[in-house]
Design a protein around this ligand. Structure first.
Ligand code: HEC
Length: 128
């Protein structure tokens, strides 16, 4: 009798263990999928942007609308740093991350489509 009850407890324990194991497994799986999808989307955006050949004039116009408040009308810097020769310090991928990432407050993250991001990059290259 006592043996059968202890083995029942053992089975319960195993079930509980399996249940928790699967819950953790699925939570990790979901986290990983979200991370993977995000990463993939980011890469797709960067690749699409880098394939385009933007226009300096359009980039200049975009800069005047979105960036001059902090980086100055001639991009010589105000609240944000001087952006002349920025393209010798950061590569295009890093600049895209800087503009779209919102990782360095107070600079906000900008939602820019690849065509306009490419225009902005062209403009920043023209400041060298
Ligand atoms: C609200 C103010 C603000 C606005 C608007 C803003 N920035 Fe910035 N930006 C900053 C600040 C502040 C930094 C410095 C962040 C740091 O490194 O801590 C920065 C950093 C940068 C850098 C990196 C500079 C370096 O030396 O590493 C780039 C490139 C840049 N900004 C581009 C842009 C562009 C392009 C726009 C417009 C689409 C823009 N920023 C709009 C405030 C701003």
């Amino acid at each position: 009798m006592s043996t059968s009850s202890s083995s029942a407890a053992e089975i319960d324990f195993k079930r509980e263990f399996l249940r928790i194991f699967f819950i953790i497994f699925f939570v990790l799986l979901i986290c990983f999928s979200i991370f993977f999808v995000n990463h993939h989307e980011n890469n797709k955006y960067i690749i699409e942007t880098l394939e385009l050949n933007g226009s300096v004039e359009e980039g200049d116009a975009l800069f005047k609308i979105n960036c001059v408040g902090c980086h100055g009308i001639t991009a010589r810097g105000l609240v944000g740093p001087d952006l002349h020769s920025i393209t010798t310090r950061l590569n295009d991928k890093e600049i895209i991350k800087q503009v779209t990432g919102g990782l360095t407050p107070p600079m906000p993250s900008f939602e820019i489509d690849p065509a306009n991001m490419s225009n902005l990059l062209k403009y920043l290259h023209s400041l060298e």
